[in-house]
Design a protein around this ligand. Sequence first.
Ligand code: SAM
Length: 189
Amino acid sequence: MKGDYYKTEASVKAYIELAKNVNGGTLIELLKDYLPLDSKVLEIGSGPGTDWRILNTYFQVIGSDNSDEFINHLKTQNVNGEFLNLDATTLTIKDRFDGIYSNKVLHHLTNDQLSQSIKRQCQILNDSGIICHSFWKGEDSEIFKGLFVNYHDKPDLVSFYKDSFNILYLEYYEEFETDDSILLIAKKK
Ligand SMILES: C[S@@+](CC[C@H](N)C(=O)[O-])C[C@H]1O[C@@H](n2cnc3c(N)ncnc32)[C@H](O)[C@@H]1O
């Protein structure tokens, strides 16, 4: 159903099955080069929780998602974890973090929403806080499975982030096909 992907029990089950063999382990290894172990980290769009579990072995991580279905799944699967319903654009939370991580989440934001999210991420990061986000590489945007998908490339991401962050790492990588993805790691100015 249009707009319901990630929000229904059936679509969440389908996504968990689809994503069961992928995880952000290599992205998190890179993040560890920039963010001290045991730092306080917010994950945006935790979804199935695969990356949350990896992050949780190195950092004090709070997971989040804007889907109640995913939040229920995350809480059931990780009874000692902390999970919040947060929207990536508004990030309505009082806590402050040393790091913010997302893996293939922020491409669901329009350009205006991404700009708003970047401002909000700055506000909830401690001084010199680190962000680590992955995106799908490409141009323009489309509706896929009823969801808005916004594609980015390196110059485009530089223009979004350069005013508020010093870019530490920005490289294409392969999720399913050569250079289909981009990883950004940056430090709050
Ligand atoms: C492609 S999945 C990625 C999930 C997980 N990070 C992974 O790597 O498997 C996108 C996730 O972002 C969440 N999401 C989509 N839009 C969001 C938003 N505006 N705010 C917070 N989470 C969002 C979805 O519910 C879903 O869990």
